[in-house]
Design a protein around this ligand. Structure first.
Ligand SMILES: Nc1nc2c(c(=O)[nH]1)N[C@H]1C(S)=C(S)[C@@H](COP(=O)(O)OP(=O)(O)OC[C@H]3O[C@@H](n4cnc5c(=O)[nH]c(N)nc54)[C@H](O)[C@@H]3O)O[C@H]1N2
Ligand SMILES: Nc1nc2c(c(=O)[nH]1)N[C@H]1C(S)=C(S)[C@@H](COP(=O)(O)OP(=O)(O)OC[C@H]3O[C@@H](n4cnc5c(=O)[nH]c(N)nc54)[C@H](O)[C@@H]3O)O[C@H]1N2
Ligand SMILES: [Mo]
Length: 652
């Protein structure tokens, strides 16, 4: 098959590097996984969950839910966790990714979604891509960016690397890793001192301005230049461009969120929008571009430890009462553990059983050797995936699922809050089954005989419980080619942008004002020093996807496997040529990879991906330091050293 057909025009699609799993598997007395019947596998899975629940209580269970799957599946997965197992320990890879965006946005605006629509980057005057390589990671969104540029918008890129995205920008601000708060604060100070604050917006719609202004006051352009490495003139230019633009879109992704102080980073960017009034209007807003295709929906469906479906607060007794009546259960009145804390709880010995659906933590978690040790310590581990991943290889029971994107029915929600239909186009291979059907069979074995005739019935149950989704029937989703939340009635289509209320003249309609966050700079935890002199940052390339399970075997001319990407200066200083294999060591582990020389890197900065862990396990190097609010690890800042591998004796 040619590249186009295998990977899709915009670069998605089944690559099948691993063989699809088509039959359930159970670990035998010999310690190996053996194929078996569905009945045997489901009995074994259910027995293990019941045993840990009876012996250790509900909180000994944890669910890792799937951001690749549908909303309906995530709804059933969190219901399984809360009703069948009786705990709120449910989460997904949102934790490794945009949980800080959700935490920061909901603290300021009361809702964790991006505030704008894709169309708005076409209808704007300034696009700031901050810590986001959308040209590679969000190619569909980037099409809209390119149209915006064609329509006359200016673009600034703020990224330590001169990425493919930055190459399209009018200006690239190449900052030092982990210095986003100094940069944002210096911009804020400049906006204040130049008299460019949107005073009427600040007065009507925000709180905490004075304290914030005092916090940013020490961050002069010169101080910021010393810390961030960005010339004062460039910081000034971005500050003025942002403050004086009629409309501006501030887009960010993991360059902001994969840090130990990521929620503060997010707050620092939101501050800029509050200062200038670039939120709550068409063409002006905040866009945290979400990662996996349905990571937005997973959280919206309550597959997170602190929210019920519809992103409703689990601590609110009224909200809980409605779900308890519908589900005929008692919901624990507290937050469950997030993914990061669940892994900690395994190590402490309090979490004993995990049901992992469509996640590959053995390779995606920071300091992954440590994660593997923890997963091995579980009493009972069930993995439901479409491939036999490294995580599945550790399981007691492996359940083969249908791939949601082409073998299941349902819906998924993208970064602009748009819920769209997903339709089954092909049958799943072998005995693989729909994720929801598997969950229901397990629930039945554990005393909860749920009978959903199909995904639509699940969706209608959710619609009855979630005001934000109430107006989105399957028929309407088809008719409108997707609808954006909030969509509380079948008479409306949902707003394209959020928080227009902040501009209202009527204080009652305006609602809760948006607080400034007087956050402080806090450099990366893994310090660069004489022993580990190079800053490694990790991320993505266009041709591959996450841990490579779904793209690793894809034979593309673009695919070059893992490299350690170095600046020309560092390669020269180490006497290294492109292609030479070197040892890369951090304070946690070491791997080997060939050198690639990237002129887009500044001296002292190196880059690796997470895409080829079977060949080079980058996450053996990364640090587990996590954001205290969101639990996200500092994947973007590792200190490393690079050593030549001594040539074998006799070689020249
Ligand atoms: N082709 C492809 N597309 C994908 C994925 C994939 O694996 N492959 N994965 C999907 C997923 S799950 C996600 S979450 C998204 C992620 O999408 P992105 O966040 O755009 O991807 P990354 O490459 O991880 O990181 C973005 C940029 O952050 C920069 N950066 C590193 N440190 C800092 C810093 O301290 N400050 C700033 N300002 N920038 C910094 C990096 O140089 C990098 O260019 O992509 C999604 N799309
Ligand atoms: N070094 C480094 N590490 C990182 C990051 C980084 O930037 N740098 N980024 C982090 C980020 S943002 C993320 S999102 C995580 C990703 O971490 P993971 O989510 O653990 O990694 P994926 O490779 O996306 O794994 C998704 C799994 O879902 C399975 N799957 C796909 N569709 C379905 C389905 O319909 N049903 C079921 N049951 N399974 C399905 C796939 O086979 C695959 O095994 O990695 C994190 N790790
Ligand atoms: Mo992600």
């Amino acid at each position: 098959m040619n590249d186009h057909r295998r990977k899709g025009r915009r670069g998605s699609g089944p690559a099948e590097p691993y063989t699809r799993i088509t039959r359930p598997m159970v670990r035998g007395r010999d310690g190996l996984l053996h194929e078996t019947s569905w009945d045997v596998a489901l009995d074994a899975a259910a027995r293990g969950f019941a045993a840990t629940r009876d012996r250790y209580g509900p909180d000994a269970f944890g669910m890792f839910s799937c951001a690749r799957s549908t909303n309906e599946m995530n709804y059933v997965a969190q219901k399984f966790t809360r009703v069948v197992m009786g705990t709120n320990n449910v989460d997904s890879c949102n934790r490794t990714c945009h949980a800080p965006s959700v935490a920061g946005l909901s603290a300021v605006f009361g809702s964790g979604g991006g505030t704008s629509s894709y169309q708005e980057v076409e209808d704007t005057d300034l696009i700031v891509m901050w810590g986001s390589n959308a040209r590679f990671a969000h190619p569909i969104f980037f099409q809209h960016v390119l149209k915006g540029i064609r329509n006359g918008a200016r673009m600034f890129a703020v990224d330590p690397r001169r990425t493919s995205t930055a190459q399209w920008a009018d200006r690239w601000l190449g900052l030092n890793v982990g210095t986003d708060i100094p940069l944002a604060h210096a911009m804020a100070r400049e906006i204040i001192h130049a008299g460019l604050v949107n005073r009427s917006f600040v007065a009507r719609a925000t709180t905490g301005y004075e304290e914030f202004a005092a916090e940013v006051e020490p961050w002069t352009l010169d101080t910021a230049e010393q810390v961030t490495g960005v010339p004062a003139q460039a910081v000034r230019e971005l500050a003025h461009a942002y403050a004086t633009a009629e409309r501006a879109q501030l887009c960010w992704t993991l360059g902001i969120t994969e840090h130990h102080n990521a929620t503060d980073n997010v707050r620092a960017l939101i501050n800029l929008s509050l200062l200038t009034g670039h939120v709550g209007r068409h063409g002006s807003g905040l866009q945290p571009l979400r990662g996996q295709n349905n990571v937005q929906g997973g959280g919206d469906m309550g597959a997170i430890p602190d929210r019920l479906p519809g992103f409703q607060d689990i601590l609110d007794p009224g909200v809980r009462a409605r779900f308890e009546a519908s589900w005929d259960t008692v919901i624990q009145p507290r937050h469950g553990l997030n993914l990061t804390r669940m892994l900690d709880a395994i190590e402490r010995g309090t979490l004993k059983a995990v049901y992992c659906i469509g996640e590959n933590p053995a390779q995606s978690e920071a300091d992954c050797e440590h994660t593997v040790e923890r997963l091995r310590a579980l009493d009972h581990f069930v993995v439901q995936d479409i491939f036999l991943t490294r995580t599945a290889e550790l399981a007691d029971v492996v359940l083969p699922a249908a791939a949601a994107w082409c073998e299941s029915d349902g819906t998924a929600t993208n970064s602009e809050r748009r819920v769209q239909r997903v339709r089954r186009a092909v049958p799943p291979p072998g005995e693989a089954r729909d994720d929801i059907a598997i969950l229901c069979d397990l629930a039945a074995r554990l005393g909860h005989p749920w009978t959903y005739a199909g995904a639509e019935e699940v969706w209608n149950e959710l619609r009855a419980l979630s005001p934000d989704h109430h107006g989105m029937t399957y028929d309407r989703l088809a008719e409108h080619q997707g609808l954006q939340w909030p969509c509380p009635s079948t008479e409306e289509v949902g707003p394209t942008y959020l928080h227009g209320r902040l501009w209202s003249d009527d204080p009652r309609l305006r609602g809760r004002p948006a607080p400034f966050g007087p956050v402080k700079h806090d450099p990366p935890v893994d310090l660069v020093d004489g022993t580990y002199p190079i800053r490694l940052t990790t991320g993505r390339r266009l041709d591959s996807y996450n841990t490579g399970v779904q793209s690793g075997g894809f034979a593309s001319p673009l695919r070059r496997g893992e490299n350690i990407e170095l600046s020309p200066e560092d390669a020269a200083a180490h006497g290294l040529a492109a292609g030479e294999v070197v040892r890369i060591s951090s304070r946690r582990g070491s791997v080997t990879a060939p050198v690639w020389i990237d002129p887009g890197l500044r001296p002292g900065l190196a880059f690796m991906t997470m895409h080829f862990p079977d060949e080079v396990d980058t996450n053996q190097l990364t640090i587990e330091a996590t954001d205290p609010i969101a639990g996200t690890a500092e994947y973007k800042a590792t200190a490393i050293r690079i050593d030549r591998i001594a040539a074998p004796a006799g070689a020249r």
